[in-house]
Design a protein around this ligand. Structure first.
Ligand SMILES: Cc1cc2nc3c(=O)[nH]c(=O)nc-3n(C[C@H](O)[C@H](O)[C@H](O)COP(=O)(O)OP(=O)(O)OC[C@H]3O[C@@H](n4cnc5c(N)ncnc54)[C@H](O)[C@@H]3O)c2cc1C
Length: 392
């Protein structure tokens, strides 16, 4: 990528060193323990990773999205799970606040997220379908001079989060209904973090249910417009999708790098494994696919930043690159034979993380449905026009 600026290159190299020094030695343990150590979060914070995409006036470094994707890709080479969690806290949550928040909210929330003192989580998914918001039961309703939020959410990637952005059906004092976004703090009375389940991939993320039992919110706890805040931070969603896709590229590249080292030193039937007929082909095929995915991603990111992007591009990247990265990981893992199936070698987690990435941030088919909507109806969204019939 000859076109990278010196600054972008420097950030990428810094992330690569951090990944090799601080993440790689514990990446397999994160997967086995289903836990990301606080010490790693603290080191990432010290490096400024949580504030990378946040403006300097809110404690961040205001890096561009290309840099954010380069960093995400490098970290994912060591731990796709850690890198996936980071995108939520580095891009999705803070950018949503930066786009929709009042000055007071930005000053209250963003510097603490940037410094790692109080990280954020994003919670939309519910049992009726993560994207199918018409079925969502969480409600943000007026109460006295504030609001109350009731309901529960699934699959919230939290890590050690303190501040939660929670989407829910909302109603204003005039009876108008919509889909809003509440800012809920972990200590708020009535808020509970439920035990999280063990899972296939992304095992270091503390992804699990949360619930709200009449949690009181003041006016300042509503992010953006009460009736539209739940879906009006599309730019944050798109930027987050690109960073997330960068972790899919990094995931495939990380396993590729380990696999080529393995193949070069492995002897089979008194020969170098690399000389076996399908091996070179498989490696070349994987390299071609990863390279094509990376080119697609960074072309789209640059179009996004230039304002020239086709509306369905983030969805194309998410669906196509996510599935391609998974396919590549399946083939690469096969080259490890039995040692790839054993957890001790620390390579099968790449395939499992790649699969999780095809569901997290929207399942592949949902993204293809959005692309189809754009092609057929000129509307790159799943959100029906008349979104919420009743909030009660
Ligand atoms: C590791 C992990 C972390 C996550 N973190 C978060 C988080 O932090 N916050 C959060 O809110 N959510 C989070 N999620 C939830 C995630 O966004 C949803 O799981 C995902 O969007 C799929 O939604 P669902 O599970 O409700 O599946 P469903 O909506 O029930 O879909 C089931 C299947 O149906 C198909 N399908 C779905 N929609 C369509 C469509 N429109 N057209 C055609 N086929 C379709 C797909 O094959 C899909 O896999 C996380 C999920 C995982 C696995």
């Amino acid at each position: 990528m000859d076109w990278l600026t010196d600054e972008q290159r420097a950030l990428r190299d810094m992330a690569a060193i951090f990944a090799q020094k601080e993440i790689e030695p514990i990446a397999n343990q994160i997967d086995l323990d289903e836990h990301t150590p606080d010490s790693l979060v603290a080191k990432a914070a010290e490096l400024g990773l949580y504030g990378l995409y946040t403006s300097p006036e809110y404690g961040g470094s205001g890096a561009d999205l290309v840099s954010v994707c380069l960093v995400s890709e490098e970290l994912a080479k060591a731990s796709p799970s850690f890198a996936g969690m980071l995108t939520v806290q580095m891009v999705l949550c803070p950018k949503a606040v930066e786009i929709l928040g009042t000055e007071e909210q930005k000053q209250r929330i963003l510097p603490k997220n940037s410094s790692g003192e109080r990280l954020m989580a994003y919670s939309q998914s519910e049992p009726g379908g993560a994207a199918n918001i018409a079925t969502h039961l969480t409600k943000i309703l007026p109460d006295g001079n504030g609001y109350r939020i009731d309901g529960s959410k699934l699959y919230c990637t939290q890590g050690t989060a303190g501040t939660y952005l929670v989407m829910g059906k909302s109603r204003d004092r005039n009876g108008n209904e919509g889909y809003g976004c509440a800012i809920v703090e972990r200590e708020d009375e009535g808020f509970r973090v439920e035990p999280y389940e063990t899972k296939l991939g992304w095992r270091g993320t503390n992804t699990g249910p949360i619930s709200f039992n009449s949690v009181f919110l003041i006016e300042d706890d509503i992010l953006g417009n009460l009736l539209t805040g739940g879906f009006s931070h599309r730019a944050a969603n798109h930027a987050n999708l690109f960073a997330h896709v960068a972790t899919s590229v990094g995931c495939a590249q990380g396993l590729f790098d380990k696999t080529i080292d393995y193949v070069k030193q492995r002897r089979l039937y008194n020969k170098d494994m690399a000389e076996l007929q399908p091996i070179g082909y498989w490696l070349a095929e994987a390299h071609a696919k990863i390279t094509a995915c990376r080119d697609l991603l960074y072309t789209a990111v640059r179009e996004f930043e230039a304002g020239t992007m086709a509306p369905e591009k983030p969805n194309i990247c998410k669906a196509f690159i996510g599935e391609t990265a998974f396919d590549v990981c399946v083939k690469l893992l096969q080259m490890w034979g039995g040692s790839g199936i054993m957890n001790s070698t620390g390579v099968n987690r790449y395939m499992r993380d790649a699969r999780a990435k095809c569901v997290a941030e929207g399942a592949t088919e949902m993204h293809y449905a959005i692309i189809a909507n754009q092609l057929l109806h000129g509307q790159p969204t799943l959100v029906p026009k008349n979104i919420v019939k009743s909030a009660t």
